[in-house]
Design a protein around this ligand. Sequence first.
Ligand code: E4P
Length: 220
Amino acid sequence: MKFFIDSADLAEIRDLAATGLVDGVTTNPTLVAKSNRRFFDVIKDICKAVAGPVSAEVTATDHATMLAECRKLAKIAPNVTVKVPLTPDGLKTCKVLSSEGTMVNVTLCFASGQAILAAKAGASFISPFVGRLDDIATDGMSLIRDIVGIYRQYPAFKTEVLVASIRHPMHVVEAAKMGAHVATMPPNVLRQMFGHPLTDKGLAAFLADWQKTGQSILDA
Ligand code: E4P
């Protein structure tokens, strides 16, 4: 399973990328606005910090302008994945670009029918939003189960399921159990995944006992 960071905060991305566990980054206009930086500068810097796909989202809603925006974004770096909304114009744009070999992430997916359309349009990634579905008392993870199951029926579909709008580590674990290809998570969720109180307690006990031996591995 690939791990993407859902953020436009360069310091956070660099810090987590240093663990070697980060396979890519997703951004959206809200995250870019939060960074208080120029869009192109942020994407350029993130693309240098992470070798894998970096999603940069269009803000146009009509096909012609969306296509022009995507072509401009794709020139920023070879690892840019252009991100389009799941609308008729977005999918039309996806179809054109995917046929040319450009990686496209189709975002704002809330139904399995939408995910089928994105796969037919040749999307590299489909982004179903689990947290926003949970927010309206709908089981976000069951959408992931459905999409993964549907895509498995059609080996010709090359679209990867990129679980988005993740709010906590259990979303990641459930997505992994279902066989989703990618989880994009806010930095705090990846940090939370490292932690367990028994790990902290166990380590403290090991270190206390080791100290009693008076030995040092490096001096041995
Ligand atoms: C990722 O591509 C999405 O834009 C993101 O996961 C949305 O998350 P949110 O629902 O927490 O805003």
